[in-house]
Design a protein. Structure first.
Length: 526
């Protein structure tokens, strides 16, 4: 390969035929090396197309059934391959140490033994279907708040006995890739941590796969020599700066060769280099056939996970499960009518089918069924017509370094506390209303603010500046909180790098090329 061709493997690019996945590596067409498409999917494949929506991994772990974890992985692996993907950016196996951690639902447990058994079997299921698995986030990524600046000071014993065992189990199961974390570990960024990536992972454990960064978690060109093989989603440090460093000798060519070899070795293990030769692609050669989606089989496994993962502390008189002779029933809560499918962001799935629990109960119950929505968790959504001019339906495109300002007038009919969200992982943003700063967002942090508004017309201004190429800002919906007290807004329960609860559509922007911001009033990542 040429130097440029090698470098194309160690950083992400924009997919000209994107399926809505998170990352893309272009391959080398002249040699018959195919592109790689990398997708999120801790609880089902996260793409534009529909896939099996599985329960959260923390529910899977609650089943204590590692055989079921293997089936869970098979569903994701089958769907991922069927939908044109090659690498899964999952499973996550960080230990739950912060009870309110924003992505606890995406990982398994507080216990390294159950986490190890679950991640081992899930990876076997994923890769048995031909999809490469990426275990994440190595290491000590146990909370979302301040994750990009946090320095996890962790003792050797805790790392070895609590945090690392699930990662070691993933390696033993043949995980193709590791994803390094945003945070620092003992004062060194995880994605350029020579001790973690070279000494522990490669020399002590013998890992032969490749290490990719979490999205925008790369901090320097030297990270390549310190154990990182691939910068995602784009090449800020491992593209032109790396080429310069190799040319002037500050980064050895052998380090680049080693990284590319690791990636190609895994591609070869999965049959993706079957048609590649040094002389060019083989004639009349075909890569492994992709399967059909999991379909009904996936739905059955999703149900089994949900049933076995529902742990009851008490079940007096065998009240559960309900049956058609249960008598009158009271159904309470908004999710009964509007089911919550996944945790949002990278874990969100466009499900094959969605049925509301209330509808299913009404179909089966023989007695009376009463429904109440309970506490209003989101408030009353403000209609898009309240903004004049409306936020562009097709979004606002920003080039790298470009700045744009959106101004509008918001008509408020009912006074009260309004909350606002801006989620623009690749941008910095400032939202003001009537000259008052409501929120500021920066890089990968979702921003949230609140303001008491009186009935009338209010001036809204959203200022944006792209800090990664091809930023995209999407429309958002809003709501007014129903509250009689002048209270501060509730702290978001969703992790960073997640869509705000009121955004529509409810998908995170593909991290390789876009970001989304939601400027309209409204009642959280690889």
């Amino acid at each position: 390969m040429t130097l440029d061709e090698e470098i194309s493997f160690v950083h992400g690019s924009t997919d000209p035929e994107s399926r809505g996945q998170a990352g893309f590596i272009p391959g080398v067409k002249r040699l018959g090396v195919p592109p790689l498409r990398l997708t999120d999917g801790p609880a089902g494949i996260h793409l534009k197309k529909k896939a099996t929506a599985l329960p959260a991994p923390v529910a899977l772990a609650s089943s204590f059934n590692d055989r079921l974890a293997r089936d869970f992985g098979k569903v994701i692996g089958r769907d991922g391959r069927a939908l044109g993907q090659d690498v899964l950016l999952s499973p996550m196996t960080n230990i739950i140490r912060v009870p309110y951690g924003g992505r606890n639902f995406e990982t398994f447990a507080e216990d390294p033994l159950i986490s190890s058994r679950m991640v081992s079997q899930e990876i076997s299921g994923i890769q048995g279907e031909g999809l490469m698995a990426t275990v994440k986030h190595f290491a000590a990524n146990n909370q979302e708040r301040d994750r990009q600046t946090l320095d996890a000071r962790v003792g050797e014993q805790m790392l070895r006995e609590v945090e690392m065992p699930p990662f070691k189990a993933a390696l033993a199961s043949g995980a193709s890739a590791f994803m390094c974390a945003y945070n620092k570990v003992n004062s060194v960024h995880a994605c350029e941590n020579d001790e973690l990536l070279n000494n522990v992972l490669r020399e002590q454990w013998g890992f032969e796969g490749w290490v990719m960064s979490d999205w925008s978690a790369t901090h320097s060109t030297k990270s390549l020599s310190n154990g990182l093989d691939q910068e995602m989603p784009l090449g800020i440090y491992l593209d032109a700066p790396l080429k310069k460093a190799i040319t002037d000798g500050s980064i050895p060519q052998r380090d680049l060769d080693a990284s590319v070899t690791r990636i190609l070795t895994q591609m070869n293990h999965f049959g993706l280099l079957a048609c590649a030769t040094a002389a060019g692609p083989q004639a009349e050669c075909a890569l492994p056939e992709r399967p059909k989606p999991a379909g009904n089989m996936g739905d059955r496994i999703a149900q089994r996970v949900a049933e076995q993962g529902a742990v009851l502390m008490k079940n007096d008189h065998d009240t559960l499960p309900l049956n058609t002779r249960s008598g009158s029933l009271a159904v309470i809560g908004q999710p009964a009518q509007k089911p919550v499918i996944g945790g949002g962001g990278s874990s969100e799935v466009n499900p094959n089918t969605v049925t509301a629990p209330l509808d299913e109960i009404l179909k089966r119950a023989t007695g009376a069924v009463a429904y109440q929505p309970g506490l209003d968790l989101t408030g009353t959504r403000i209609p898009e017509s309240a903004l004049e001019p409306a936020f562009p339906a097709d979004g606002i495109d920003l080039g790298y370094g470009e700045e744009k300002t959106f101004t509008s007038q918001l008509t408020v009919k009912t006074g009260g506390l309004y909350t606002f969200n801006v989620s623009a992982p690749q941008s910095v943003s400032l939202l003001t209303i009537d000259g008052t700063d409501v929120l500021r967002g920066s890089r990968n942090k979702a921003a949230r603010g609140a303001l008491q508004l009186k009935p009338g017309i209010h001036e809204v201004k959203l200022q944006l500046r792209a800090i990664r190429s091809t930023d995209h800002v999407q429309r958002c919906r809003g709501s007014r909180r129903r509250t009689s007290q002048q209270t501060a807004p509730r702290r978001s329960r969703r992790p960073e790098r997640r869509r705000p609860p009121s955004c529509s559509p409810s998908t995170r922007a593909p991290r390789a090329s876009t970001a989304r911001a939601c400027p309209s009033p409204s009642t959280r990542t690889s």
